[in-house]
Design a protein around this ligand. Structure first.
Ligand code: MN
Length: 231
């Protein structure tokens, strides 16, 4: 097989405890999956989960102990942070029952669903797709993936984001409206999950804007932290 030009490199994420990397297939994201965040976005209550996607090469992997560089994207004056627990799928499947979801999980990482909020809001208002608000280059920063067996009690872990050393978001994964297993059940009913898929599980309350020069420190208890500067 030869190509008319070299194929794009495979997006990949470092894995804790090995030099081997996790190759990214797709990036799924869950919308409004923490009640207090749903409220701050003007919605209330538990609604069926809904999803959007980012291209695999939107992943911005950051190695352990390093500070990633997030280029401030074009066309926005309101770039928001959304700190999220990311589930890395190791075994694919369709129509996975929540009770069987654990065996499909390779590991977990800390991620940011960076959002051009002004563009997303404009698209929402017009009933148009969110792609321009959500699916741009470098919009999915992610720290190293911790294999599930070493990740501890992720279901009940604290999750936080600090900007320039001050708390912006702080909650626990236990506050998820649709928990990890239920999320996998719902995603796999709509798409066939594949090894290499990443699921950004949603953000707690406190989303806000960042500007060039900001330093972001994200964490989920038990996982490698994620550090980024906006450039
Ligand atoms: Mn999000």
């Amino acid at each position: 097989m030869s190509y008319v030009f070299p194929p794009a490199p495979v997006a990949s994420v470092p894995v804790v405890g090995t030099s081997e990397r996790f190759p990214v297939h797709r990036i799924y994201c869950v919308g409004r999956n923490y009640e207090e965040h749903a409220k701050e976005m003007g919605f209330t209550g538990r609604e069926p989960p809904f999803f959007f996607m980012k291209p695999a090469d939107a992943a911005l992997p950051v190695n352990a102990g390093e500070t990633g560089q997030l280029p401030y994207p074009s066309l926005t004056a309101n770039l928001h942070h959304e700190i999220e627990l990311v589930v890395a799928i190791g075994k694919g499947g369709k129509n996975i029952a929540a009770a069987d979801a654990a065996q499909h999980i390779f590991g977990y990482a800390v991620g940011l669903d960076m959002t051009r909020r002004d563009l997303q809001n404009e698209m929402k208002k017009q009933g148009r797709p969110w792609c321009i608000g959500k699916g741009f280059e470098h919009s999915a920063p992610i720290g190293p993936i911790t294999p599930a067996a070493q990740a501890g009690d992720v279901q009940n872990a604290a999750i936080w984001l600090q900007v320039n050393g001050a708390d912006r978001q702080r909650s626990t994964v236990a506050q998820l409206i649709w928990n990890i297993a239920e999320t996998i059940e719902h995603v796999s009913a709509a798409w066939e999950l594949q090894p290499g898929d990443l699921i950004y599980t949603g953000t707690p309350e406190g989303v806000a804007a960042v500007v060039r020069g900001d330093l972001l420190d994200g964490g989920v208890e038990g996982l490698e932290p994620l550090r980024l500067s906006v450039v």
